[in-house]
Design a protein around this ligand. Sequence first.
Ligand code: BGC
Length: 749
Amino acid sequence: MKKHSALFITAIALFILFGGCNTEQNQEIGTSEYQQKVDSLIKIMTLDEKIGQLNLLASGWDVTGPVMDPNYKQLIKQGNAGAVFNAYGVDYVTELQRLAVEETRLGIPLLFGYDVIHGYKTIFPIPLAQSCSWDLEMIEHSDRIAATEATAEGINWVFAPMVDISRDPRWGRVSEGAGEDTWLGSKIAAARVNGFQGNNLADEQTLLATMKHFAAYGAPQAGRDYHTVDISERSLLEYYLPPFKACVDAGVASVMTSFNEISGVPSSSNHWLYTELLRNTWGFKGFVVTDYTSIYELIPHGVAQDSAHAGELALKAGIQLDMQSSIFIKNLKNLVKSGKISEKLIDKAVSDILLAKYKLGLFDDPYRYCNKTREGNEIMTQASKDFARQFVTKSCVLLKNENQTLPIPETVKKIALIGPLGNAAEDMLGNWSAAGWAQYCVTLFDGLKAEAVDKNIQIHYEKGCEIVGLSTSGFDAAIKAAKNADFVILALGEDRNMSGEAASRTNLNLPGVQMQLAEKIIEIGKPTAVVLFNGRPLTIPELDQKAPAILEAWFGGIQSGSGIADLLFGKALPSGKLTMTFPHNVGQIPIHYNMKNNGRPVDPTNPEYRFRSKYLDSPNQPLYPFGYGLSYTNFSYSNLKISSPEIRATDTLTIQVTVSNTGKSDGEEIVQLYIRDLVGSVTRPINELKGFSKVFLKQGETRDVIFKITANDLKFFNLDMEYTYEPGKFDLMVGPNSASGLKDSFSLR
Ligand code: BGC
């Protein structure tokens, strides 16, 4: 009886309030019309029902923290959930949605969130690898595919993109972001929001994106995850916040808090960040979700004395949806009753969440993402797999290729594949593998074998050693295999859980005895190429010294092995460039290309002079700089021209350079433009990326590449913290990476 009356009220409420409009009409209805519906709905909601909308529950799958309430189904039925995460698949999502729609008084549908970080079922290269493609269209397209697949399995909200800038490879979550550069990171951030959300949230193949983790989570002290962040306001504004602003400008639907504090204020209680900056200054219109139990974590942070206090601080700061801590559900009612918080704040949060549900079309059809036909047809299509394979080829970075060791010469008939990552299917998924399964992964061994069949090449695989661990018992067999081969591939690196969340490392060398194995194999003297699998920059100066060739393959997802084999055999051409600096050693960290000059830079004419900013035991320069990456051919840069030595604020400066393919194969080059503001009211970095262009050049081909710069590209936060440009002299450099290129200069009047 109770159930029937709930159903009846649900039906009436849906009819009166939500108007039963179809999707096409939906697309035409503006946000203001939705807002009216939201306002009407809020008017008939009880305080309990409102607070219920502010609770986000984990379904119990794939958790990354404490599960506070395992009784989630009961909570949904009681109206104590506005959204669920970690539940996917049409049947399961339908079952949970039914509890909300049919068993609660108002039948308000749930959002279904999930960490779709680099693909849903078709797993693509990890985000750090994707960024090394510098290919905004491919990045956007991969998220388009991810959204299509995820929505076919009931998901309507993803916890991505992660747009945290990081300059510290000890921090394991660098694998989830776009690297160290703010300018490139902002472009990628916007592309990813567009990929997930498309032009229209009412389209059943698009979903809500979440920019995360707001803010500065990528700058934890000592690279230790969840640790304190203490950075200047200037650095925050200039380096860490712009990718978030780019997401807001691209219309991102939601934002996730970060676990860290900034200047003593944890994000989930930061009113300045969430209300003044995000809403009032940037004009963000979506809703704010916590990262996991970060409201509860205000207590150990030491700014809240108990749960009620934590809830009060969070809601007042502008936090709206409580993931997993149950603090809102348990405390908000009393906080309203005691007058500590105003119900208006709760209404605002409910309104933002309901509006997102309207925009998705959930009030028209709560099951619109539960479509068995789509689930059967739109997941892991051949087109998606082909795209994933191509994306792998674009994401790898060739770090070294002495004597053109790669591509593997056609004369090679016996290949020894050696190393613990050679046939490691699960590791290929990388961290955060959503609904992806290891059984779909093509390992390097699989990929090589598939290519070898037609070429009549034998592939012999020996593991040699484990990824971690000190046993060398596999060395003999590996050495024998290498001696018996005419080409050796060493597959080395980290396992997939050595990067990602809670995966900070203080030692970034190859783990275990892998370097020893590499030395033994390389000294045999066969042509040897190392393929690296890892989720962060590693410190590999010895490997760089000894290995003839090194291909950085990161974790490439389900098509890892096929894409890498395409590169190794020369069917595809390496073109990726690093988006994070590779240091020589951990002591150099934080190290990034856009550092400041300081008052005592090393004098190149007298580099040994002691009282300069340098180390006694290490170079200042990295092993591989930002923007670095080789191809199978060579490119030469010449003829740098600028349209004028001086521009006014209203002018456009045109920069032209000639790039020629002077090597022995076709190739694609990522031509990069860097600028240095020589004198400012505050100090400026020695280099800043301001443009890039990907050019494919056939062997022997030459092309002019053009960049355009205006005063807007020269803006920064000046002495008075105004975002503006200042007249003066600027150096510019166009080249293959952040450490080399042709130089010129111009003035801004
Ligand atoms: C992570 C988030 C993630 C959330 C939900 C947290 O531990 O920091 O990035 O979205 O878990 O899985």
